[in-house]
Design a binder for this molecule. Sequence first.
Ligand code: GDP
Length: 196
Amino acid sequence: TYYTKAKFLTSAPDIRHLAEDDGIEVAFAGRSNAGKSSALNTLTRQRSLARTSKTPGRTQLINVFELDERRRLVDLPGYGFAQVPIEMKKKWQRSLGEYLQKRKNLKGIVVLMDIRHPFKDLDQDLIYWAVAAELPVLALLTKSDKLKSGKRKAQLMMAQEAALAFMGDVTVQTFSSLSKQGLPELETVLDKWLEI
Ligand code: GDP
């Protein structure tokens, strides 16, 4: 698929450092440990394109992967580390809000959440900002292999119900990097956003 072409382009300490151009991008966000790196690696069929930085409180970088000259995937730092100082959290929230509001290149955001506990506070904040910025959101319920089919469907239906509350373009899908469940559906959404 198209996504195998992805290659590392650049890292930035802050969204302000990202160059703006006429290209288009899709961002990936989620609480740390939600399975974001695994999902990016699964999508691109690359074992270690996205790496996990599991050190709480350490400055994490935004990583940008290029698909072609005008299309990019943006890996935003994981949030929700309990140990991170409140000031750092606030700073990050501000810049994330700004990114969603102002980034002309951005065409959609994938919010990754563990299927067993979706829509935590910070996930909700992020989705509200995205909806306010009129950006489409794909809420990806990760690690779907952890649940049996009945429970998985129930979680999906519950999350779809919860997604209605955002009053925006928020779709919900289940996904597993382990079983590849939901991979074609993820690609279909990204294809649309990236005009592939
Ligand atoms: P990140 O912090 O959001 O980048 O999360 P990672 O991709 O590093 O994944 C966090 C943990 O969840 C790791 O131990 C992964 O092996 C595990 N994980 C990620 N995706 C899946 C999945 O689809 N199924 C299962 N069972 N475990 C997963």
